[in-house]
Ligand binder design. Structure first.
Ligand code: NAD
Length: 359
């Protein structure tokens, strides 16, 4: 049965990196007979320019109907002055929330070939394999009330609301425990329970779940310490689970451990395992259109899509192996180039992955 993939290239480097990932998926399909079909639509700034909104109804309907979604990235300075309600990022928040993509999986895995590209010492990062599980549809990014108001004295005040229901904490907690079972069996839950009531509840719910997973070891860490530990001794972590905002920040820090944010894929899943797959980075307007973007995070996101939403683990393995192979060949985009490696463009990197797959 054919599997329909909706591609949302987005803005900035989005179209460049997604084109390479699509090429890799098509090559994998050709080689392994996966029965993939593709459709494309707009989301983000490009959709604002075409339809006046970051996510049009038609695109949302296609997203609902697709077996999986592959996204580039959205946003850029040309849309930053628009009202917040119609900025590109709203398209992203809407699709995550309408499709209930509450579980964001962000593996931070250091390829041994890139140990020198990391900003940390090789002994600190070599062998690094962390999975960050970030809650994606709740917390302060969605909490209400929110806004900017004018006080009686004429001064303006910005405010947001950090809320989590027990059920929201429980469902993301369960994902973390389940994932840990397939890995090294350790979950570290990150909160700020010494200050924020919402995360006191978070900690309580995690503790309540723990006895159901006796084979998994649960620990807790305050977010400020977690930020420090991620750059001091990151290999102590296996699965790290946290709320939306803390996860957003910590996963970017974890990205640098792996050499470049251009290497980090992600999956955002709903309760049935359907999902949207995208690189962890943004639309990188500073390098857009120059062939400098690293497409590997998007290519690895496509591999995650095959594994988690389409049940095609063998094809995912093949793509991941091909990425390892091009790194073995010494091919590097500008963000991960080191002495002795060969600098290639976005397209050359995609072509190299396709060639490796086709061999
Ligand atoms: P960014 O991730 O786009 O870029 C941060 C830095 O990393 C830049 O120097 C960029 O050149 C570099 N970088 C990012 N991806 C790269 C890649 N594949 N290869 C090589 N280098 C890469 O973050 P930013 O600059 O803070 O944000 C730019 C825009 O992206 C903003 O409009 C922001 O709102 C948006 N954004 C979108 C998403 C998303 O679509 N999921 C996520 C984060 C930011």
């Amino acid at each position: 049965m054919s599997k329909n993939i909706l591609i949302l290239p987005g803005d900035g480097i989005g179209p460049e990196i997604v084109a390479e990932a699509r090429k890799v998926l098509e090559a994998t399909d050709k080689k392994m007979g996966l029965g993939l079909s593709f459709d494309e639509d707009l989301m983000g700034g490009c959709s604002i320019d075409a339809h006046g909104v970051p996510l049009a109804d038609g695109a949302l309907e296609k997203a609902r109907a697709a077996d999986a979604i592959l996204l580039g990235a959205v946003g850029g300075p040309q849309w930053d002055t628009l009202d917040r309600s119609i900025r590109p990022e709203q398209g992203l928040l809407q699709i995550r929330s309408k499709l209930e993509l509450f579980a964001n999986l962000r593996p931070a895995l250091l390829y041994p070939q890139l140990v020198d590209a990391s900003s940390l010492k090789p002994e600190v990062v070599s062998g690094l394999d962390i999975l960050i599980v970030r809650e994606l549809t709740g917390g302060i990014y969605f909490g209400k009330p929110r806004g900017i108001r004018t006080l009686d004295n004429g001064e303006r005040e910005g405010y947001n609301t950090y809320v989590y229901k027990e059920s929201e904490i429980e469902r993301i907690g369960r994902i973390a425990f389940e994932m840990a079972r397939k890995r090294q069996g350790r979950v570290c839950s990150v909160d700020k329970a010494n200050v924020l009531e919402v995360t006191m509840l978070w900690r309580e719910v995690m503790d309540r779940l723990a006895p159901e997973y006796p084979d998994v070891e649960l620990s807790h860490m305050y977010v400020d310490n977690a930020a420090m530990q991620l750059v001091r001794a990151p290999k102590q972590f296996d699965v790290l689970v946290t709320g939306n905002m803390f996860g957003d920040i910590l996963s970017d820090a974890a990205a640098m451990l792996t050499g470049s944010i251009g290497m980090l894929p992600s999956a955002s899943l709903n309760k049935d395992g359907r999902g949207m797959y995208e690189p962890c980075h943004g639309s990188a307007p500073d390098i857009a259109g120059q062939g400098l973007a690293n497409p590997l995070a998007t290519i690895l996101s496509a591999a995650m899509m095959l594994r988690y939403s389409l049940g095609m683990a063998e094809a995912a393995d093949a793509i991941e192996a091909a990425v390892g192979d091009v790194l073995d060949q010494g091919l590097r985009t500008a963000d991960i180039v080191t002495d002795g490696s060969k600098k290639v463009s976005t397209k050359e990197m995609g072509d190299a992955v396709v060639n490796s797959l086709s061999r």
